[in-house]
Design a protein around this ligand. Sequence first.
Ligand code: DON
Length: 309
Amino acid sequence: MFKDLARLQAKLKALVTEQENLCQQGKVADYIPALAKVPATKIAACVANINGSSVGAGDYQEPFSIQSISKVFGLVMAMNRIGDDLWQRVNMEPSGQPFNSIIQLEWEKGIPRNPVINAGALLVADVLTSHFSTSKLAFLCFMRTLAHDDNIYIDQDVYQSELEHGNRNAALAYLMKSFGNIEAEIPAVLSHYFTQCAVAMSCEQLAKSLLFLANKGVDPISKQVICTPRDAHRVNAILSTSGMYDQSGEFAFSIGLPAKSGVGGGVVAIVPNYGVICTWSPPLNSFGNSVIGTNLLANLAQELGLSIY
Ligand code: DON
């Protein structure tokens, strides 16, 4: 499917050119002020193949804030670290609520609906903070290993900005702590979570780093086992049902790939047994998903027949 790289690159370029004038649709995230500084005109698409090759168009080698895409990596680390005990503390159902909603969390006694809404990712951050002596460094090392690139860093500007405007996440974490579902001290949990959200990576680095999810848990480049085939299946299932938040149903309906978005404007989509697509465009729709990033994925999935359903 991704064999003719020259044709694929031409397709990516054509799609980027077609979409680049639409950046006035949607709004760049500004609730984390540092994110609002990123030009709305940035646009990129990259495809990484499980044979190790990759092609891209637009700003696909430019780092951006990965934000909630980091939740995928944190989840894999936590699954590897504590196994099935994780699922006693977080559920695997779609939430039907915005990514930072707090209402359901009280109704459901501090058990987040899934690990990719903010509450769930904070729970995962607690697992990492409690089970790694230096969880932030462990996270960064994991990213560098997966991307085969040591040139991945934490954007301190974004980190500080989110720390200063993180009251909603603090509220989620304290509410879970009140139910006994958070072990570590809240400032440490928040610091880990904001650090992983502030990691900066390009579309190319992100697409390569998620290839193990398209390859039953094995990094096809290093041949290293990153997670079990069962856990790769589980992560893809969660991304299919919840990765695009309250737009996950529509995304499955129209595109049909496990995917995860971030408020930095990135979207990753897993194409099992073939590869990973990553798109980037900062303006977001009302669900917090990139407008153009989603359009690019929709076009590619349609033209290449990528749906898993
Ligand atoms: O916690 C937050 O609100 C952000 N650091 C991450 C949210 C996010 O990326 C949602 N995704 N579309």
